[in-house]
Ligand binder design. Sequence first.
Ligand code: SAH
Ligand code: AVI
Length: 309
Amino acid sequence: MNARVAMAELIEGLSKPEKMISPKYFYDERGSKLFEKITELPEYYPTETELAIMRDNVDEMADLIGPQASLIEFGSGSSLKTRILLKHLHEQAVYVPVDISEDHLHETAESIRAEFPELEVLPVVADFMHPFTLPNPAVMPRRNIVYFPGSTIGNFTHDAALELLKVMYQEAGEDGALLIGVDLQKDPAIIERAYNDSAGVTAEFNLNMLRHLNREFGSDFNLDAFSHRAEYDEDNGRIEMRLTSGEWQEVSLGGKDFVIEEDEAILTEYSHKYTLEGFAGMAAKAGFTVAEVWTDAKQLFSVQYCTRQ
Ligand code: SAH
Ligand code: AVI
């Protein structure tokens, strides 16, 4: 992403009545590794649940996707679930992982190439909230499948999520489809545990955002003063993650100074949990019909196949 645009966005967020920083700044190389550690935590149910849904239903998914598809993945991370899908696709053709975390994306692309030598792998470093160009594959795929696992859709407000789904509708093209992982509403205690793990990995992941900004954008947040908080807001059906400063501090960023009062919090992430009806309604506004839904027995998580209306 353009550094000037990023700086302007950061300054805008820190100038709001409640200071906020976009969750995309979690993901430098260390942040991507910390997220990988989160996915292995016993409390963090989304990853193991989605993986199990994928394993149980991948043949049906592969049949729906059909042969020689281009799989375009938004926020691909370590492409963990993708590997299950790629192993079962009929005549796999092209894989386009899109991610903001550059080094991690390239490492992952290399490991995918080694695991699937027949597959054309075309990584794209981009912030998918801004326009970006998709590469042209060597052989024309039969259709585009936009893959968006992990419930990363939950990290956006409903308005931003709708905009993103509209971009995916365009990227899917006329005969394309969307395969998306969506975390579901459930007992808030289960959700809060997932974002307040006992090993403190989520706290470290949260704090890493400020470490990332200090390094990449020259800010001077005093990391030692901040503590992690994640609470479920039932009215909005979302986890709200914050970093609270235990002391007054003045932080400079991009030539501006920001005062952070003692006990003042910075909002760093929303993680929305959907009902099946709620997600279907939003998908419909973007032009998608939910054609198939797979869930686990406890209905913790869902994977949904959406076709263009
Ligand atoms: N899809 C993986 C990873 C989810 S973590 C999984 O299901 O496990 C979210 C991923 O999205 C990270 O790899 C992060 O770098 C990427 N990401 C977050 N915001 C992004 C943005 N605005 N543009 C591009 N990638 C983004
Ligand atoms: C990437 N995203 C879907 C994760 C989530 O659950 O919202 C990020 C995360 N934040 C804290 N733990 C994991």
